[in-house]
Each structure stands twice: as structure tokens, then as C-alpha cells.
Write a protein that binds this ligand. Structure first.
Ligand code: ATP
Ligand code: MG
Length: 457
């Protein structure tokens, strides 16, 4: 039914005069936003014949029209496939082949020109935005089952190519409902949103808490210390990765007075060092609320909202409706209504990641502390997390191994004061006595052309 559609289950239509998003000072109400999304529905449906189940690949900038495109896909029952705008041509090729989209909306026309002909429609985001402005909104909503797929989120694979996790309307909605309850979101919240809008943290956790509580997003294009400092007094909630908080601690303007009307700072995605938690408490007067989750299961555990119970270095208790167990070997396994439906076109990998009795094997290791809080111990796969983004050693090693000069390579993470971890490649050359400085420069330049910027800085 219509009710299964995430946008209807969130009841986004119920408060048309409430401010939904503040974009560069401009306030847009829920009513006006839904009309804008309705123009995208009209365009996608009439001009591009998009309907339920079709994939839309979105390599888009972080602006309000990107939200309208996303919401339009949900309303049509089409499957939204977000891409990091930083992906290179080589990386993008895989997503195009794997997702086989009917429409590819891009902010990087020059890089994506080559997909014209391979994808039915390749559109520049600004052209789509301009052409939709003249249409009358289509406010229809597709009837869905709650396990119909809303979004495919690609996660970089430890073995082989990135795989697409299928998230359903029902799964996304149930996690959102548990979260607004856990974190006590209300209509009065104003969320300072500076996360990327192409993976779980910014696209689901943060965004859904706002729409399900009919509150307001303060939409920022990216994380920037002075920008956040400037907007803290007008906001009540922020979600971020540890790097955000360690950088904020470096600002002389962060103070308890600045944050006195703020409600809660939430953190996840990578280990949050104790020192940062304590430093942030001293400088802002707030204890960071840490939670744990992943693309495939969304948010799994969270520290308590109650200020007296927030603690560093623990990831909290399972959300309402979420079942977490830790095996004898320390492996964390999850069963919940918010679990993904499987990896897109990859039933073998899906089967491998589930136990016989239907628990998802997270790939993380952990234990329970004496207060029954989850404590993460690390990943069973050795991913490097740099600035909150994941780099798998294997994908960089694979590129290094393609150089004729390189006999062997190993990529490791080393502690980095700003990014948390930095990616370091260790290589063995065939010619042990050759000129290494020139070669090193050449390798780095070459890798930068093949891999996203955060994988090789
Ligand atoms: P990929 O995108 O390549 O699949 P990924 O699984 O790391 O990598 P996400 O789903 O965005 O991508 O991240 C989930 C992972 O992030 C978790 O499995 C866990 O290892 C890590 N993580 C999440 N929250 C925390 C936290 N609070 N502390 C430490 N690590 C965390
Ligand atoms: Mg993962």
C-alpha cells in the first residue's frame, strides 16, 4: 500500500507549513519541498518513463534538488543508487555495469560523458533541475510492499568489487522510528547536516531522523569547522564522524557557551578516541553520544540519550527491536527489522554473510562490558578508516601491483592525528638500487588518477 512507502510512513505531508530545510538561509517548508519533489516525480515518470524497480544512479552535489531527486525516487518506488562524486571513471564503470540504471544523473558531465549510449539517459544535474522547474508537481505515491527496495548502497568490498546492499522501505523506516525514540527527536529539532548525502550516515541515519520527527534540516554542503561553529547556536543536533569532533576541538571558538542551547552531538562510523571524547566534553560542555552501525544493518547499538549514562569507548545497547549476539570467537551478529535484503545480483555473497538462523555477520569483533554495553574491538577484515571513509588495503594493493617496477606490495593504516588513520603503501621493487624518489612521485600521480582522493592523499 501507499503506507509502506517511506515518505508516507514518515508522514512528510502532515505538517506542510513546518520548515523542512534551511539552505543557505532560505527556508523551505515540507509542503513546498514535496511540490519540488513532485516536479521530479513528474519529470522522471513522463520524460524518462521511470517506474517501480528502475534504478537511478545519482552522482550529485549536496543541494536541495538532490534531496528532491532522492525523495522523488522513493515516491515512485524507483531504486536510488547514490555515488560518491569523487569516484573516478574506472570506479564508476563498475557501478554502471552492476546497477544497470535507466537514468544516470551526474554533477560531473565531463567524466560521465562516456556513459552516454551505455545508459538509456545520462543527464547533467543542473539540466534536470532546470527542466523540472516548469512542470506541475505529481503528488502521487507508488503502492509498495514494505520489503520493496528503496536504495542500493555500494560498500567497497574486501574481496573483489564493491557490492550493492539493498535497503528496503520498511527496513529504513523501522530504523528511523527506533532512532527518533532512542535519541528523543521532536518537531523542535534543527539538525546541522554536514555529512555526505551518499552513504548510510547522512542519507539514512541523519536524514530519516529529521523527516520522521517532522523537524528541520540545516543543510550544509560539507563539513567545515568555522561553518559548524557559526551554525551551532541555531541548531540542536549534529551527527558526525570522529574527525569532525577532533577538528572542532582544535577551534578556539568552541565553548560551553556556544553550545548551551544544543541538545546532542552524535558520532559513529569509526573508532572515537577517548581523548577526543574527553577533550570535546571539556571544550563544549557536551558528552558525545556514540553509536554503532553499518550499511547492511543500519544503526545497531547506541549509547543512552540520558546525559548521566553517556560514556566513552563503548557503543551502547541494541536499539529497540534489534537483536545482537556475540559468538565465542567474538564475532558480532545482528538480526533486526532493518537488515538489508541482500547484495544486489549477488546471492552467493549474501548467503555467505548470513548464519543458518538468519543473523547478519557484521565482520566486526566485540564484547559486552559489565553494564551490558557493546565494546567494539576491531574489524575482522582489515579496513583502513581515513577521515571517516573506508579504504580496503586490497584495492590499493591491486593498483600498486600493476606497476612493472613493483614486485610486492602491502597497504596498511597508520595512526594520523587529523584523519584518524592514513593509508601507507609498503613496496618491494625488482630493482633494489634504482631511483626511488622519481618512481614514488610517478606511482602517487598514477594512483591519484585511478582512485578517489581519500585513498591516496
Ligand atoms: P564498506 O563501505 O567498504 O562496506 P564499511 O562496512 O566499513 O565499509 P559502513 O557500512 O559505512 O562501511 O561502515 C560500517 C562499519 O563502520 C562497521 O562495520 C564498523 O566496523 C565501523 N563502525 C561503525 N560505527 C563505529 C563506531 N562507533 N566505532 C568504531 N567503528 C564503527
Ligand atoms: Mg561493511
Amino acid at each position: 500500500s501507499r503506507e509502506n512507502n517511506l515518505t508516507v510512513r514518515a508522514r512528510m505531508h502532515e505538517d506542510p507549513n513546518k520548515v523542512f530545510v534551511i539552505d543557505d538561509g532560505k527556508k523551505i517548508t515540507y509542503g513546498d519541498f514535496l511540490k519540488r519533489a513532485g516536479q521530479y516525480v513528474a519529470s522522471l515518470h513522463q520524460h524518462y518513463k521511470i517506474s517501480k524497480g528502475d534504478r537511478i544512479l545519482a552522482r550529485v552535489s549536496k543541494n536541495v534538488d538532490a534531496i528532491a531527486l532522492y525523495v522523488a525516487c522513493l515516491r515512485l518506488g524507483a531504486i536510488y543508487v547514490p555515488l560518491n562524486p569523487a569516484y573516478t571513471k574506472q570506479e564508476t564503470e563498475h557501478f554502471v555495469k552492476d546497477a544497470s540504471p535507466s537514468l544516470f544523473v551526474t554533477c560531473n558531465e565531463s567524466a560521465d560523458k562516456e556513459f552516454v549510449g551505455k545508459v538509456q539517459h545520462v543527464l547533467k544535474e543542473s539540466d534536470l533541475s532546470a527542466s523540472t522547474s516548469k512542470l506541475s508537481p505529481n503528488l502521487d505515491v507508488e503502492n509498495l510492499e514494505s520489503d520493496d527496495v528503496g536504495v542500493i548502497c555500494y560498500t567497497s568490498g574486501t574481496t573483489g568489487l564493491p557490492k550493492g546492499a539493498m535497503l528496503t522501505h520498511g527496513g529504513l523506516s523501522s530504523n528511523a522510528e527506533a532512532l527518533i525514540d532512542c535519541w528523543q527527536f521532536s518537531k523542535n529539532d534543527v539538525q546541522l547536516h554536514c555529512l555526505p548525502f551518499f552513504h548510510i550516515h547522512g542519507l539514512f541515519v541523519a536524514f530519516n531522523c529529521t523527516i520522521f520527527s517532522h523537524s528541520t534540516l540545516l543543510w550544509r554542503p560539507k563539513f567545515d569547522v568555522s561553518d559548524v561553529i557559526k551554525h551551532i547556536p541555531e541548531s540542536t543536533v549534529m551527527m558526525g564522524v570522529p574527525t569532525y569532533y577532533s577538528r572542532l576541538c582544535g577551534s578556539s571558538k568552541l565553548s560551553p557557551d556556544l553550545c548551551k542551547t544544543f541538545r546532542v552531538f552524535i558520532c559513529a562510523s569509526a573508532p572515537l578516541p577517548d581523548e577526543v571524547w574527553k577533550d570535546f566534553q571539556k571544550k563544549s560542555g557536551h558528552t558525545i553520544l556514540e553509536r554503532y552501525g553499518m550499511t547492511e544493518a543500519q544503526v545497531v547499538t547506541s549509547n543512552s540519550y540520558s546525559v548521566s549514562k553517556r560514556a566513552p569507548s563503548v557503543q551502547g545497547k541494541p536499539l529497540k527491536g534489534v537483536d545482537v549476539r556475540i559468538t565465542d570467537t567474538g564475532s558480532i551478529e545482528v538480526k533486526s527489522p532493518s537488515l538489508f535484503k541482500g547484495y544486489w545480483k549477488n546471492p552467493e555473497k549474501t548467503a555467505k554473510d548470513f548464519t543458518q538462523d538468519g543473523y547478519f555477520i557484521t565482520g566486526d569483533m566485540g564484547q559486552w562490558d559489565k553494564n551490558e554495553n557493546l565494546v567494539l574491538l576491531g574489524r575482522s577484515k582489515d579496513v583502513i578508516i581515513t577521515g571517516g571513509l573506508n579504504v580496503y588495503p586490497k584495492e590499493v594493493e591491486d593498483q600498486l601491483d600493476q606497476f612493472d617496477e613493483i614486485e610486492e606490495s602491502a597497504v596498511i593504516g597508520v595512526p594520523h592525528s587529523d584523519f584518524g588513520e592514513a593509508v601507507v603503501g609498503v613496496i618491494v621493487l625488482y630493482d633494489r638500487d634504482g631511483d626511488k624518489t622519481e618512481l614514488e612521485k610517478r606511482i602517487i600521480i598514477d594512483l591519484k588518477a585511478k582512485l578517489a582522493g581519500y585513498k591516496v592523499r
